[in-house]
Design a protein around this ligand. Structure first.
Ligand SMILES: Cc1cc2nc3c(=O)[nH]c(=O)nc-3n(C[C@H](O)[C@H](O)[C@H](O)COP(=O)(O)OP(=O)(O)OC[C@H]3O[C@@H](n4cnc5c(N)ncnc54)[C@H](O)[C@@H]3O)c2cc1C
Length: 346
């Protein structure tokens, strides 16, 4: 079967790995010239690590990760609101781990043995026909595939080509992400919740902390470091002083947060996975987990003779319904800003 995966993010590489394990040899293309090297962190909850285990990659990921034993939620003044032992919630599923995002991508990419991964190769269009799907590339070439997998992110061109009505929805939030030196005392996932403002720090190893902060997009303004410091000036310790002492030259990634209403983005030999199919608020920490679960579900049914669309939906449902966080998806966005009503981990 000729399979093209568009996108070499976590979703695209996980799909390639899962398909390889099933005996397929897919092609992966990405519009970027090189694999991403950005240094932010990523937090993997138990369903994500369970899924990595199914791909045979958990041990390697574990070796490069910081185990997160506790998730602590504090008020903006530093009062402890909730302290969850991750093992009590996720123990039966998998460990909760934090690591540099680049490392997770490196593990996925280097695990591919037969997949051809081409960087600097952008897809500009695709069309379904009776027995094949054609794909047009930016360099003017056109190829035919039996199955095309859109792992091309929240603004997926492949999704738009077949589902013109499915647009990303703004969450009304913008965020900063950076990696800083751990001042020494933070050993847990630690969030501080203010009024329409959240600060979060996650240890990546003994010396580095991944720091995330968000606020409403109106307040985000130019997203500069002085703006960040002003907006979080009333936050107490442990994160308030960390933000107020950020050096002017710290490397910061900024983003406007969007989501995609989860749906069945499957048609005519085209399947959309990962953020293109169900981007959700980062406060869920579910994007990577759901992307890897997509990959396993998709590969599970790729050999089956019945119509692929039906089979994939059924398999995906089986894989995802037992992930506790998936059941909380609709409520969790509120939890960032409404401490009183929700007490489960973000
Ligand atoms: C601020 C923030 C924090 C987050 N934190 C966490 C976390 O802690 N834990 C967690 O599990 N999840 C987190 N997520 C979500 C997680 O990052 C994603 O869900 C996950 O990375 C899956 O992304 P993806 O592979 O579907 O898409 P992407 O990572 O967006 O990859 C899409 C790829 O497709 C390529 N592409 C796009 N268009 C084309 C085209 N036309 N032709 C060729 N290539 C193309 C792009 O270049 C890109 O490489 C966070 C998200 C955000 C925004």
């Amino acid at each position: 079967m000729r399979i093209l995966i568009v996108g070499s993010g976590i979703a695209g590489l996980a799909v390639a790995k899962a398909l390889e394990l099933e005996g397929f040899t897919p092609d992966v293309v990405d519009r970027f010239n090189t694999p991403p090297t950005s240094g932010q962190g990523i937090f993997l909850l138990g369903n994500a690590t369970r899924a990595l285990g199914e791909l045979g990659l958990l041990d390697e990921v574990h070796r490069s990760s910081f185990p997160i034993a506790a998730q602590r939620i504090l008020s903006a003044t530093g009062k402890l609101l909730n302290d969850v032992a991750t093992d009590s919630f996720w123990g039966a599923c998998g460990p909760c781990l934090a690591l540099p995002r680049r490392v997770l991508l490196d593990v996925l990419l280097s695990s591919l043995k037969r997949t051809r991964v081409s960087f600097g190769r952008a897809v500009i269009g695709t069309e379904g026909h009776a027995t094949v799907r054609t794909v047009d590339f930016e360099d003017g070439s056109r190829s035919e595939y039996d199955l095309v997998i859109g792992a091309d992110g929240v603004r997926s061109l492949l999704r738009s080509s077949a589902f013109a009505d499915a647009h990303p929805r703004s969450l009304g939030l913008s965020c900063w992400r950076m990696v800083v030196r751990n001042p020494g005392h933070l050993d847990a996932w630690t969030a501080m919740l203010g009024k329409r403002r959240t600060a979060l720090a996650i240890p990546l190893n003994a010396s580095d902390l991944y720091v995330y902060a968000d606020c409403s997009t109106e307040e985000f303004a130019d997203g500069s470091i002085p703006t960040l410091k002003t907006l979080f000036a009333d936050f107490g310790d442990p994160l308030g002083s960390m933000i107020s002492s950020l050096p002017a030259n710290v490397v910061i990634h900024r983003a406007r947060l969007e989501e995609i209403p989860a749906g069945r983005y499957i048609a005519d030999r085209l399947v959309i996975v990962g953020d293109g199919s169900h981007a959700s608020s980062p406060s869920m920490a579910q994007g990577a987990g759901m992307a890897i679960e997509d990959a396993i579900a998709l590969a599970d049914c790729a050999w089956l003779p019945m119509p692929f669309e039906i089979c994939f939906c059924a398999t995906l449902a089986t894989h995802s319904t037992d992930a506790p966080m998936n059941r909380l998806r609709n409520d969790s966005r509120l939890s960032t800003h409404d401490v009183g009503a929700h007490s489960y981990p973000l």
